[in-house]
Design a protein around this ligand. Structure first.
Ligand code: GTQ
Length: 367
């Protein structure tokens, strides 16, 4: 049944018996009449299948911990509880075309090396001892550190601690790469890489924050810096907070960058960290692009598409494309930090970015 919009310029053909019979003949030869679907496939504004969702860490954590004794990492490949958007069960997306999950590694455990066309990133939630090896570079990561595994890089990871497990959040563009029919997957022929002798080579080479090495040292389309430590990130936010309240919609927000170009860490996904000072509340805005948030620090709430999410440390919530959203730090004494990853680099590179903001005098957001 065509959705009729009785507006000049929109499809407004009323079906009748003659047309129905014509549509049946079109269908038989693998075709259709555009005017029966036009209003649906060309909406006035984005109509995400994804809905705003909030996953509480206190609910997820026991289930994630349970998986550590239910399945062996070696058999699971990676032991992950992934987050499913109610509107995107079909493609394993948390929002839009982004996948996310919580991965747990037992003390002393390691996973096998593999690579794929999808890009991956990690945000460490708890535990010491986590490491990854990305194209031979062994990287150590701790709580609130951010790390990347760009598409096509060999990667494997593990936990070298004796007494605690590691939980980190994975973020991947799997649904995107599958939607583009461009996914490939390979298991490393030796199951493991032989890492270089120096740990954190990429940080030592590219992570000074102010100096970049000789420009011929990097030519790949993603950041040469594989790890972004929390201490450096938080210090940058605190410093910026001394001179600015940030943007009206996000507070103090900074992007993790490719230090070689100043651009996003990977071509498909970007990541940011934002700081809301005690009691700070932002104005609502909306934009194209999908966002997965992780509460790195503090407690507060966000209103996303008219739904209120009261969040605290390690909760995850998502903002679908074009949904109004605003954030508030509900603690009057302590700051709050939200980590996010998003599909903005892709949206920008395809010239699809659009943004609208409420001004301070507007009524509260409508959906
Ligand atoms: O570590 O590359 O959560 O390939 C899901 C698929 C993590 C990974 C996931 C993956 C990975």
């Amino acid at each position: 049944m065509a959705r009729i919009e009785d507006i000049p310029g929109r499809a407004r053909v009323h079906d009748n018996a003659e047309l129905d019979e014509y549509y049946a003949r079109l269908e038989k030869v693998g075709t259709g009449a555009l005017w029966t679907v036009a209003n649906e496939i060309e909406p006035w504004y984005p109509q995400p299948a994804s809905v705003p969702m909030h996953w509480r860490y206190e609910v997820m954590r026991p289930l994630v911990v349970e998986s550590a004794s239910l399945v062996r990492g070696e058999e699971a490949g990676r032991r992950v509880v992934y987050l499913v958007n109610d509107g995107r069960r079909d493609i394993a997306a948390a929002v839009g075309l982004l996948y996310t999950g919580l991965q747990i590694m037992n003390p002393g455990e390691s996973m096998t090396a593999h690579r794929h066309a999808a890009s991956a990133l990690r945000f460490v939630v708890e535990g010491t001892g986590a490491w990854t090896i990305v194209d031979g570079d062994r990287l150590r990561v701790g709580p609130n550190d951010f790390a990347i595994t760009p598409n096509g890089t060999w990667h494997e990871h593990g936990n070298e601690a004796d007494d605690n497990f590691v939980i980190w959040q994975d973020g991947l563009d799997i649904p995107l790469v599958n939607a583009l029919d461009a996914n490939f997957y390979e298991v490393h022929s030796d199951l493991h890489q032989v890492p270089g002798k120096v740990i954190n080579t990429s940080i030592l080479t590219h992570g000074s924050g102010v100096l970049k090495p000789d420009s011929r040292s990097w030519s790949k389309p993603y950041s040469p810096l594989l790890g972004y430590p929390w201490e450096q990130t938080y210090e940058a936010l605190l410093n910026l907070s001394k001179v600015s309240d940030g943007t009206p919609y996000d507070g103090v927000i900074m992007e993790y960058v490719n230090p070689h170009t100043g651009g996003s860490v990977m071509p498909t996904m970007g990541a940011r960290m934002q700081r809301l000072s005690p009691g700070q509340a932002t104005l609502a805005h909306r934009h194209t692009g999908s966002v997965v948030y992780h509460v790195a620090k503090g407690r507060g709430h966000s209103i996303v598409g008219g739904q209120r999410f009261d969040w605290k440390e390690h909760d995850i919530f998502v903002v679908p494309s074009w949904a109004w959203h605003e954030h508030a730090n509900d603690d009057q004494d302590n700051d709050a930090c939200l980590f996010q990853f998003n599909d903005f680099p892709m949206i920008h590179s395809l010239a699809l970015w659009r943004e609208e903001g409420m001004d301070a005098n507007s009524e509260h957001q409508d959906v």
